[in-house]
Ligand binder design. Structure first.
Ligand code: BJW
Ligand code: ZN
Length: 261
């Protein structure tokens, strides 16, 4: 039996599915993954050096400019067949949640209804000092040129700088989001992990948490990932091809055809 047939069997036996996504699911929308090298004016920067609280303290205008530029890059991107396919599992009768490490909003724009962001969101800002959420005016969201230095706006409450509402290394994940994610993982029958290298903890522990709770796990990735359990299945390929194929293999092709999935 092929891996796809095994996966389709598991899917047919499942009721509650969690999609656990990483940067690879947005790659086909033109959003670079973390393994991709930066291009253009950003090429001289190491993303790992821009995505830390230390970098923000050292050069807030560089880091704020980098996130505004990424926000515009995401605004101009469209959900791809992988994002668009996930709500179709919902339409076909499965109970679906999405837990994403991504800070883009492509799952929401594709129509997924239950999306948990464990690493925060590019669309949010918060105070670097008092952590209160910050509101940005349209002027503060003006299109950033690549590599542009932009001084961050100030917090209305304490006048410290606003920072992106994302989770940097050595920062705790938002408690509510993490709690919601863990609950969904413990309750699901099947977890489908899509486009993540599985190295950044604690989110990288989610597939093993699902296995330990008795769920099956399907990995969708361009690269083989190391399987540790008998209930794990690897579907190698691009997410935008594999997810629609999985939906069809599970016999859900009866739902109305959609041009993008
Ligand atoms: C395709 C495809 C296609 C491509 N189709 N597939 C041990 C235990 C616990 C913690 C640690 C630990 N050791 C170290 C830590 C600390 C650290 C950590 O895990 N470091 C590791 C590198 C070792 N973790 C943290 O710091 C976390 N906080 C924490 O643990 O707090 C407690 C603590 C406090 C004090 C001290 C220590 C701990 C926070 C992690 C925050 C992660 N933040 C980022 C940046 C977000 C903001 C931003 O974007 O700017 O989140 S880092 C980055 O990595 C981003 C991602 O969400 C995350 C995961 O990356 P992802 O999504 O997997 O992307 P890639 O690029 O790695 O992989 C893409 C994959 O897609 C590849 O496999 C491709 O093959 C595939 N692909 N195209 C299918 N078309
Ligand atoms: Zn403040």
């Amino acid at each position: 039996m092929s891996q796809m047939q095994r996966a389709a069997d598991v899917l047919r036996r499942s009721k509650k599915i969690v999609f656990f996504s990483g940067a690879g699911i947005s790659a086909e929308s033109g959003i670079p993954t973390f393994r991709d090298k930066l291009t253009g004016l950003w090429a001289k920067h190491d993303p790992q050096r821009l995505e830390t609280a230390d970098a923000f303290e050292e050069n807030p205008a560089l880091v704020w400019g980098w996130y505004l530029w990424r926000r515009h890059q995401v605004s101009g991107a469209k959900p791809n067949p992988a994002h668009l396919c996930i709500p179709r599992f919902q339409d076909a009768g499965w109970e679906v949640s999405v837990i994403t490490q991504n800070i883009d909003d492509l799952h929401e724009r594709a129509g997924s209804l239950d999306v948990v962001h464990v690493h925060g969101s590019l669309m949010d800002a918060k105070c670097f000092a008092c952590h209160r959420p910050g509101e940005l005016t349209p002027d503060q969201l003006r299109v950033a040129e690549e590599g542009q230095l932009i001084e961050p706006p100030r917090c209305d409450h304490c006048n410290a700088r606003l920072r992106p509402g994302v989770v940097w290394f050595r920062e705790k994940l938002p408690e509510d989001a993490w709690r919601s994610a863990v609950r969904r993982v413990r309750e699901c029958d099947l977890l489908i992990s899509v486009g993540t290298s599985g190295v950044v903890m604690p989110a990288a522990g989610i597939p093993e948490m699902a296995l330990a709770a008795g769920a099956a796990v399907i990995h969708v990735n361009l690269e083989e990932v190391g399987l540790v359990g008998a209930d794990e299945i690897m579907l190698k390929g691009s997410a935008g091809v594999v997810l629609p194929a999985l939906l069809r293999a599970a016999g859900a092709e009866a739902i109305p055809d959609h041009h993008s999935c």
